[in-house]
Each structure stands twice: as C-alpha cells, then as structure tokens.
Design a protein around this ligand. Structure first.
Ligand SMILES: NC(=O)C1=CN([C@@H]2O[C@H](COP(=O)(O)OP(=O)(O)OC[C@H]3O[C@@H](n4cnc5c(N)ncnc54)[C@H](OP(=O)(O)O)[C@@H]3O)[C@@H](O)[C@H]2O)[C@@H](O)CC1
Ligand SMILES: Nc1ncnc2c1ncn2[C@@H]1O[C@H](COP(=O)(O)OP(=O)(O)O)[C@@H](O)[C@H]1O
Length: 498
C-alpha cells in the first residue's frame, strides 16, 4: 500500500529528505530531473525531435532547466529552452540550474509575453512552467500561454503536473491550464490523477522515484492509499496442504432473472474461478439448464416464492443483486436475507432496492460490501456534481453505516469504515463491457467465503479483477466478462510466483 499525499505534505517530505539524507535541494532537483529524463527517453525515441522546454521561475522551472541540460547530454540535439519570465520571483535552485545550463550549448529564449512563444516548428513540448507550487487559479499571461500551447496540438509532456493543475482538489469544468499527453510525476501520483475530471488536463501519467524518504512518506497522516502488487501478494494465501473443498467456504450468488440470467452465471463463474470451495447460485427455475450446461461445478438453489429462508443459512458469504430484478418479491427476499446477518456483497438490483428502502440500508450487517457504479451510487445517496463530492459521500457513508463501499470506475475507490480510501489502479478500457461488474461481485464473494476479512476481500478482488483484465488486454483489443472470470486463477498464480 502506498500512502498518497497532498502537495503541501510532499513539500514537507521534500524538506525532511533534504535534512535527513544531507542532500542539498539542488541535488534533489538533479535526481528528479534524471528520473524524468529516464522516463522521457521511453516516450520520445527520436533524438532528432524538436523539443521546446518551457521553464517557469520556481522549482518546476528549475527541474525543466536541469532536464534541458541532461537531455543535451543524452544527445537530444534539437532542444530550445524558453524562460517563462512572467514573475519577478526566482527560486534559488532555478537560479543555480540556469547558471549550470549556460555552459551547455542550448538556445535559450526569454519570454515576457505569451505571444512571444510562437514556436510552431516543434515536435515535443516539455511543460515545466508551474508545478505543485500552484497556489491560486491560473490567470493572465499563464492562461494565454497555456491556450497557445494547447492550440499547437503537439505532444506535451509535463514535469510533475501540468501547469495549472491542482493535484489535491476538484478540477473545474472550465480548466484553463495545459493539457498534457503524459505527466511524469515525482515519487507518488497526485491524488487527483485518479479522478475522472483530470481528463481535461492529462491523458496518462507515469510516476518516477526521485529518492524521497519512503518511511517518512508512509508515516504521514493520509486517508488515501494506493493498492500495490506487493500488498496483494501479502494478502493472498496459497492453497494449503491437506485442504479440501470445505476449507474454502461456500459462496451463494442470489442473482439472475429471465432476461438477465447471464449476470448470475457470470458472478457464479467468477466465484468458482476465484477459489471458493463450493458455489451455489440462487436463480429462477428457467436458468437451471443454462447453469448446468455452462457451469457443472456450481450448484443451484431454485428461487421461487416457496423457498424457505432457512435454505440460506449454510452459506458463509452471500452476494445479492446481479440481474436479480427489483420487484416486490426480490425486495422481500433481500429483507429476509439481511436479517440472517451474514457476510454480504450487494450489487446491481440489490443496490436499486436499497435506494428505495433506506430502512434496509441502515440495517445492513457491519462490513457489508456495496459495489455501486456511479449511477447506482447516486441513486443510493443522491445526485453528485463531481467525483470529489461522490467519493467524499462514499467515505462518510462507509464510516457512518460501517460498510465497505466499492465505488467502481476506471480507478475504483474502496471506502472503508476506518475512513481510509484505497484506490485501485489496475484495469483498462478493454474491460468496458457488460457483465464486468457481475464478475467482480462473484470474485469478492469467493474471497469472503474463503474467510478473508471484508476489507481484504474487497481490495484483493478489485485489484485482481483489473489485473486479469490487464493481462488479457495485452493480447486482445476487448476483454469480455466471461473471459475475465476464467483468467482470474491464472493471474493469481502469476502473482504468487513472482
Ligand atoms: N518533493 C518533490 O516532489 C520535488 C519537487 N520538485 C519540483 O518542484 C515543484 C514545485 O516547485 P515550487 O514549490 O517552487 O512551485 P512551482 O510549481 O514551480 O511554482 C512557482 C511559483 O509560482 C507561483 N504561482 C503559483 N500559482 C500560480 C498561479 N496560478 N499563477 C501564477 N503564479 C503562480 C508561486 O509564487 P507566488 O505566487 O507565491 O509568488 C509559486 O511559488 C514540483 O512541481 C517539482 O517540479 C523537484 O524539484 C524536487 C522534489
Ligand atoms: N475503462 C475501465 N478501466 C478499468 N476498469 C473498468 C473500465 N471499464 C469498466 N471497468 C470495470 O468493470 C466493472 C464494471 O462494472 P459494472 O458497471 O457494474 O458492470 P455490469 O453492470 O455490466 O456488470 C467495474 O469493476 C469497473 O471498474
């Protein structure tokens, strides 16, 4: 797990590292520039590319000057440095790097007015104008320059953050900063990189290590965590010697209806492939042939109005919702199930029922896992104007109601009752197709059945679901839900081996 920090916390880390490691701030800047250049070389392979390096007058600009010098050493021969001199204040390390740069034979152009930057014959722009020191909205000359750069429609690579991008708070719809193709950020991604609103400022990001004190970072107070491969490797337990099907629990998937039977089958397949010892699906009679044909390993509990609630008692984890329908009968079933006080995952139509029945929402057993996508979430907790607002509500509700709320998106936010938000960064757009959420539900249920704690089951399942999608997307333009369910055991095996 990596702790994610705000820009001001990163400044503290910066200062601490300088003090504790007896490294000067200009040397820290040098290591940031080196790390940037290493990543840049993978982005821009052509050493003849015409590169414009735009440097502000703070430390972000200082980075830019050091980068210019290092790129020159790396034989990028067509670079020009533009000094964006819109302010009177220069940082010390900027001044030191300007002096160092003067020894290299790189053209330097001073820009005092935005219109003076009219470099249209450029292939790559390096944006080192303003970084994480942004302390007010962008305006005046900076806005005009950002608009000129965006208008060039060239490849833009930003140092640490795009100019005008606030790393820690809502990005306004009328964002007026630079739009980067790639951001090469230092040591930790900014929290805002994971919010969909950041799409106006960047297409993707990379994070490079610059030698900041990791232990100190991890000691900082922050509720934002990023799940790493190492975390998942620590959580996941290998299959034990002398174990048998009883060792790995019995998952029940209450799902499927005449026109949405597939949702139940997908969730059941995911449960089976994610390692639950036994899986049963509670589905209508009309789904039995499909189930027995497709998943002979999975058992059925035919769902009808005569089904007694005692039939649900033997399961140690129950998922309710994929393709279930939300008529009165299903509402009654959900109500009865909740009274059993089992470990639940509630998804899809189960969530729709909860959005109509607040009395049930507040009765959910502790650590019940909810898996809404954006629309389901807003149906449950009210309309939200932004993802910052939505995540804030999810965090608050998880604490208030003692629930685990998995708010699904490209980057999924797992909100725990502790107030922590675990961000998941696996997964990709090849997975954007129906049934994917049903598979996630089945996977979570399987981990609950195997007695992982609800928080671990959520973190593990979300990571593996995305990772399985990433593994498949290496070879395929699209990834469908059933393929993904089948991939999960292979992805787990690979994680355990490495
Ligand atoms: N630990 C790390 O991660 C490391 C970080 N490093 C690098 O340092 C960068 C941060 O540098 P930084 O603190 O000097 O601030 P930076 O972004 O250059 O801004 C400069 C000045 O601009 C001004 N200003 C602010 N907003 C404005 C606005 N809207 N419109 C106009 N002006 C505005 C404001 O001045 P003020 O307004 O207060 O006079 C501010 O002081 C960071 O992104 C990374 O590249 C690495 O070198 C090493 C390790
Ligand atoms: N572009 C993407 N990147 C990463 N994950 C994605 C992407 N698109 C979809 N997913 C994942 O697929 C799942 C979709 O869930 P959901 O919308 O409930 O699907 P469905 O209702 O069709 O089963 C979520 O876990 C989501 O994170």
């Amino acid at each position: 797990m990596q702790t994610l920090l705000t820009s001001s916390q990163m400044q503290t880390v910066d200062a601490y590292t300088i003090k504790q490691q007896s490294i000067s701030s200009v040397n820290l800047m040098e290591s940031a520039a080196k790390a940037f250049v290493k990543a840049f070389k993978k982005e821009v392979l052509d050493k003849d590319a015409r590169i414009s390096i735009l440097c502000g007058q703070g430390n972000n600009g200082g980075d830019g000057l050091a980068i210019a010098r290092l790129l020159n050493k790396e034989k990028y021969k067509n670079s020009t440095v533009f000094l964006i001199n819109f302010s009177a204040k220069l940082s010390d390390d900027y001044t030191k790097n300007l002096k160092r740069l003067s020894k290299a034979k790189i053209p330097i152009v001073e820009i005092k007015e935005p219109g003076e930057f009219n470099e249209i014959k450029v292939d790559v722009v390096i944006d080192a104008i303003l970084g994480s020191g942004l302390n007010k909205p962008l305006s005046g000359k900076y806005t005009s320059l950002a608009s000129i750069i965006n208008g060039l429609k060239k490849q833009v690579i930003a140092v640490d953050v795009p100019t005008g991008f606030n790393g820690d708070d809502l990005i306004p719809e009328n964002y007026n900063g630079i739009k980067a193709d790639v951001v090469i950020s230092f040591q930790r991604p900014k929290i805002n990189f994971f919010f969909p609103e950041s799409v106006v400022a960047m297409n993707r990001f990379k994070v490079v290590n610059i030698g900041l004190d990791e232990n100190f970072i991890e000691r900082q107070q922050s509720n934002w965590k990023l799940t790493t491969r190492a975390d998942v490797q620590k959580i996941i337990r290998p299959r034990a010697g002398f174990s048998h099907k009883g060792t790995y629990g019995h998952a029940l998937i209450v799902a499927g209806n005449n026109t949405t039977m597939g949702a139940g089958l997908l969730a059941a397949s995911a449960s089976l492939h994610s390692g639950s010892g036994l899986t049963t699906v509670c589905l209508p009679q009309s789904g039995l042939i499909a189930l027995n044909t497709m998943l002979p390993e999975v058992m059925a509990l035919p769902r009808n109005e005569h089904l007694a609630i005692e039939a649900f008692e033997k399961f140690n984890a129950i998922a309710i919702g994929p393709g279930l329908g939300f008529d009165e009968e299903n509402e009654e079933l959900l109500e009865k199930l909740i009274d059993l006080k089992k470990q639940f995952v509630i998804d899809a139509d189960g969530l729709t029922i909860l959005s109509k029945r607040e009395d049930l929402l507040v009765k959910l057993p502790a650590k019940t896992i909810l898996t809404p996508h954006m629309k389901e979430f807003d149906r449950l907790f009210g309309k939200h104007e932004s993802w910052w607002q939505r995540v804030a509500t999810a965090r608050e509700k998880a604490q208030q109601l003692d629930l685990i709320i998995i708010l699904k998106n490209q980057y999924t936010f797992i909100c725990l009752p502790t107030g922590d938000v675990h961000i998941n960064a696996t997964g990709n757009p090849a997975m954007a197709s129906g049934g994917m959420g049903d598979v996630l539900t089945g996977t979570i249920t399987a981990f609950l059945a195997q007695c992982y704690s609800p928080a671990d089951a959520a973190i593990l399942a979300v990571y593996l679901h995305g990772k399985a999608g990433d593994d498949l997307a290496k070879e395929s333009f699209t990834v469908n839900a059933l393929q993904l369910a089948l991939q999960i055991p292979k992805t787990i095996k690979k994680l355990l081996k490495s």
